[in-house]
Ligand binder design. Structure first.
Ligand SMILES: [Zn+2]
Length: 361
């Protein structure tokens, strides 16, 4: 944001100097040459151009979307949840600020190389865990990953378990969500540009396949498929809620993934989620409350396993097919419903990364 503002000021200031200084110099020159009337008149035209530039520059203050060129290496986005604030094994690391039309992402983005692929890591809660699940700017996070050229996004998150066979330390490669959140911005679309994408199959099978194989390679016990209940938080469930969600057949519970998966679909990103079990929520007769100290111990253990899983998964994602067979990357194809003449240019400008593919053709 700061860089963009500076750029705006630069554009505004440079020509302004010309407008003031040059005519003054010319006036002196002209007085000497006895042609003072003509020269200031000639200088009025650039002043108009300056004003036009200033207005258009003011409108866009966010990072320009990265346009991938043929042959560019795959960029894989990783959203790290509680306990995961960095990525082991990354080389050529660089934290970079990325600005979006939706506000600031949770933190700067960490760019680096891992297993020969380009990886962009974003700690969902920010370094030092500053943002609560209700306050994470999910739109900015997903937009930022799309904006810097990621096509695939792997989410790695801590969760509670509803199943006896999924004790702390287990991993679930989630394939469904039940969204019980109510305090989040969950769509990039609104009045002026309405869209309805399908969320029937909210995660990408190709990424799921890669994660399943990676778990086998890394010797991590991971269940393929499972329903993730997304609660608002930040408090953990009451026992009545826990029994209810268990009775619905949910596998795991967390506070972040549902809005993220839906936004990723709107942004035409392939998205998959790995839920790492830290506790039994509070339904289990032998573990009937969530103990934060115990959760943190398991969390740290899980975090290193999560990083190993991502490193193994990258090997299978380096050669990305031209198009996702499931259609994640064309999700907006028939989703934009607002009539072209009724679309709001201000809303469209904010969709430059998320819906650029379809709006710019
Ligand atoms: Zn996909």
């Amino acid at each position: 944001m700061a860089q963009a503002k500076k750029a705006v000021k630069k554009v505004a200031k440079k020509p302004a100097k010309k407008a003031v200084k040059k005519p003054a110099a010319k006036v002196v020159q002209a007085a000497v040459k006895k042609a003072a009337v003509k020269k200031p008149a000639v200088k009025k035209a650039p002043a108009k151009k300056v004003a036009a530039k200033k207005v258009s520059a003011k409108k866009i203050t966010w990072t320009k979307p990265y346009i991938a060129k043929p042959g560019d290496p795959v960029r894989i986005g990783v959203l790290g949840g509680s306990g995961l604030y960095g990525m082991a094994g990354l080389t050529n690391m660089q934290w970079r600020k990325v600005s979006t039309p939706w506000g600031d992402p949770s933190d700067e983005l960490l760019f680096g190389k891992l297993e020969g692929a380009e990886l962009v890591f974003l700690p969902r809660h920010g370094r030092g865990h500053r943002h609560s699940p209700s306050e994470v700017n999910y739109r900015a996070n997903i937009d930022a990953l799309k904006r810097v050229g990621c096509h695939d996004v792997i989410s790695v998150s801590a969760c509670g378990s509803f199943k006896e066979h999924l004790p702390p330390g287990s991993f679930v490669i989630v394939d469904q969500f039940i969204d019980r959140t109510f305090m989040r911005q969950k769509s990039f679309f609104s009045t002026g540009m309405v869209a309805h994408v399908s969320a029937a199959h909210p995660v990408c099978h190709r990424l799921g396949d890669a994660l399943e194989q990676a778990a086998k390679d890394a010797g991590i016990s991971a269940q393929r498929g499972g329903t993730y209940l997304c609660m608002e938080g930040p408090q953990f469930s009451t026992q009545a809620e826990s029994f209810l969600y268990k009775s619905w057949g949910c596998d795991v519970i967390g506070m972040t993934n549902a809005p993220e998966a839906k936004l990723a679909r709107e942004a035409e990103l392939c998205y998959a989620s790995v839920a790492m079990v830290t506790d039994f929520d509070c339904w289990h007769p032998d573990h009937d409350h969530v103990d934060v100290a115990a959760v943190i111990r398991v969390l740290l253990d899980n975090a290193s396993k999560g990083q190993s899983l991502v490193a193994h998964a990258v090997k299978y994602l380096k050669d990305r097919p031209e198009h996702c067979h499931q259609g994640c990357d064309t999700a907006l194809e028939n989703a934009l419903i607002t009539a072209p003449e009724k679309r709001d240019p201000a809303v469209l400008r904010k969709l430059d990364a998320v819906a650029g593919r379809i709006l710019n053709r």
